[in-house]
Design a protein around this ligand. Structure first.
Ligand SMILES: C[S@@+](CC[C@H](N)C(=O)[O-])C[C@H]1O[C@@H](n2cnc3c(N)ncnc32)[C@H](O)[C@@H]1O
Length: 226
């Protein structure tokens, strides 16, 4: 089997309906959000603003995204529906209540995650209800397509920012692998939170330049401490 078929996540990947869809995010792809995308939010993307903000990662898996976000944000709260992976109390993000840990903190100012693809639209909607400033979702670029999704989301609620990666972001089921390759393209989509005053309905297009090499750090591919 070739490298691409054995370890890459292909564009036509299908998950069983009840799968939790655990695909950890390489940390450099999370850093790219702050370094190249959130700047599109003006003052809300400033490092000094982020350093005083609370971000909720509501589908945190094994904390790969949480750990990268912690390099920039004042406080990062990670929750997941699967307590076995996360080690904290389980929380289903799509339920209409907040977990204790979120309810008793300021904000959240941002909701940032890599949601299960089949629930991405619901995650966006719930994220916009709870985040004050913005909701950033890392999803396959094909999320842009489809008549149903157009009617449900993009027609009346387009993102503030659409930011495709110029490089591939290899996402593997259940693990990170520095050497993996991928045929699937990913992008960051950013929607306004409930207190964000949007001045234009037109999304901003930001190309994420090649940045993997510059944003990888030693230890990124080691198993997080549990
Ligand atoms: C694609 S993985 C992303 C993991 C992590 N955000 C990262 O990037 O490393 C999706 C995660 O969503 C979690 N999940 C699935 N359905 C959920 C729900 N309804 N509420 C909260 N988490 C959910 C899964 O357990 C899994 O950890």
């Amino acid at each position: 089997m070739s490298q691409n078929r054995s370890s890459a996540v292909m564009a036509q990947r299908r998950e069983p309906h009840d799968s939790l869809d655990f695909f950890p995010t390489p940390p450099w792809a999370t850093r790219a959000l702050i370094e190249h995308v959130l700047v599109g939010l003006g003052k809300y993307g400033y490092r000094s603003f982020l350093a005083h903000s609370v971000v909720w990662e509501p589908a945190c898996g094994e904390d790969h995204m949480v750990n990268a976000l912690a390099e920039y944000f004042g406080e990062v709260i990670g929750t997941d529906v699967d307590a076995r992976m996360h080690g904290g109390p389980p929380h289903d993000f799509l339920m209409p209540y907040l977990p204790y840990i979120v309810e008793h903190r300021p904000g959240p100012h941002f909701v940032i995650t890599n949601p299960p693809f089949r629930l991405a639209a619901e995650f966006v909607a719930r994220g916009q209800e709870v985040a004050e400033i913005a909701v950033a979702m890392l999803v396959r670029t094909v999320f842009l397509e489809g008549a149903a999704r157009y009617r449900e989301i993009f027609e009346s609620n387009p993102p503030l920012i659409f930011a495709p990666f110029s490089e591939r972001v290899p996402m593997l089921k259940g693990r990170l692998d520095r050497k993996a390759s991928s045929a699937t393209s990913y992008a960051w989509f950013v929607w306004p939170g409930r207190d964000f005053k949007r001045t234009s309905i037109d999304p901003k297009l930001i190309w994420i330049p090649p940045c993997r090499k510059a944003l990888e750090r030693p230890g990124d591919y080691e198993e997080p401490d549990r």
